[in-house]
Structure formats: structure tokens, C-alpha cells
Design a protein around this ligand. Structure first.
Ligand code: 3PG
Length: 206
């Protein structure tokens, strides 16, 4: 499972985390990020429109790698599987969600925030996890500390990552990508500021 998500996200340093309620503008947003070089999008299931947004982007943007985020229940994971999402992300670790990911073979990134949760993840056979909420759970110092006992685990930190600190996270040996909403925040999305969003994506790769 972890190998699949690492392969899928290989070479993609930043995953925009998106909470979208406008289905019509979702493909334009996806294209703005893809044009800027960030094709992997985490569409969080935090809005009633999220599944429709996922379908619209999958239909209109063949280059998008469409992930579902905030997958909190096995039922949601099953819906995501039916929608053909390319990957799933959860804020935490929950065995029934791992089971759906394993059964459906969808690349999956569950979240951890403590040493005990990393221990559980390792014992589930995982080698890559989301680290959430990254800043609030100890940030760079915590990731460095986890590298001691858990050298084999790599992380995608999200939560409090921004243009000023993302490179510091990416510089850590146990960080393979980061995620966050700063690349496409709500105000830019509601203003259809696609050029600015493309510029923010490009900055992530510069
Ligand atoms: C997530 O689910 O990864 C976070 O909500 C993103 O956090 P951010 O808005 O602080 O980037």
C-alpha cells in the first residue's frame, strides 16, 4: 500500500489540499495547478460537493492525479473507490480504512501524529504516512525525533505548511512530499485567480 502511494507521488513535492464547493470551477482550478506543475490534488470530503468535484475533475482533466482527502469512514472509502479516485488520504489511522484501501488496491496515505501511531502503522506494514497536523504536532523537531526509532517510515506532513516553511520540511530525509492549502486558498479559488494559483504551484518547484 505504501509503495503504491510513493510510486504515484514520486517527484511531486507538494500536494494541494482543497475543500471545494463549486463543481463548475473545479476543472479550471485543477488545470491551474497542473499548469503550474502540481498534478496530484487532494480533494477533501469536507464539502457536500466533494464527490461531484472529484467526478468533474476526473472527467475534464485527464492529467490530474485525483485524490480524496479527509476519508474518515469505510463507507466514504468505498464511495471513493467507486468514483475511481487515484489515491486516498485520512487524517488518522483506522484499521477498517486500511482494509478498504487494501481490498480496493487504492494507494493510501493514513495520518499519524505520535510515536504510538507510527508504531501501529509499521505493524500494519506501512512505510509512508501523512503527518498531521504537522506544525501543531511538533513540526520539524518532531519529524527529526521520529527518524530515530522509525528510520524506515517516511512522511507527508500537512497542517500549517506554507510558502515560508515547506522547503524546510522537504529538506528532511524522512519527508517525501508535503501537503497544504496555501497553494490554492479559498479566497483565490472564489475569485477564480487561476494565474496566481499557477504561480504558487510553480514556486513550489522553483
Ligand atoms: C489537511 O487536511 O491536510 C489540512 O487541513 C491542511 O492544512 P492547512 O490548511 O494548514 O494547509
Amino acid at each position: 500500500m505504501s509503495v503504491a502511494i510513493q510510486k504515484l507521488l514520486d517527484g511531486i513535492p507538494v500536494i494541494p489540499v482543497l475543500a471545494l464547493n463549486n463543481v463548475d470551477s473545479a476543472p479550471a482550478l485543477a488545470n491551474a495547478l497542473i499548469d503550474g506543475g502540481l498534478p496530484a490534488l487532494e480533494i477533501t470530503l469536507r464539502t457536500p460537493q466533494a464527490m461531484d468535484v472529484i467526478a468533474a475533475i476526473k472527467e475534464a482533466c485527464p492529467k490530474a492525479i485525483v485524490g480524496a482527502g479527509t476519508v474518515n469512514t469505510p463507507e466514504q472509502a468505498e464511495l471513493c473507490a467507486k468514483a475511481g479516485v487515484d489515491f486516498m488520504v485520512s487524517p488518522g489511522l483506522f484499521r477498517p480504512l486500511l482494509d478498504v484501501a487494501r481490498d480496493t488496491k487504492i494507494p493510501y496515505l493514513p495520518g499519524v501524529a505520535t510515536a504510538s501511531e507510527v508504531l501501529m502503522a509499521i505493524n500494519e506494514g506501512l512505510t509512508a504516512c501523512k503527518f498531521f497536523p504537522a506544525q501543531q504536532a511538533g513540526g520539524i523537531a518532531m519529524l527529526k525525533a521520529l527518524a530515530g526509532p522509525y528510520g524506515e517510515m517516511i512522511f507527508c506532513p500537512t497542517g500549517g505548511i506554507n510558502a515560508d516553511n515547506f522547503r524546510d520540511f522537504l529538506a528532511l530525509d524522512n519527508v517525501f512530499c508535503v501537503g497544504g492549502s496555501w497553494t490554492a486558498p479559498g479566497d483565490l479559488i472564489s475569485n477564480n485567480a487561476w494565474g496566481e494559483i499557477t504561480d504558487r504551484a510553480k514556486f513550489c518547484l522553483s
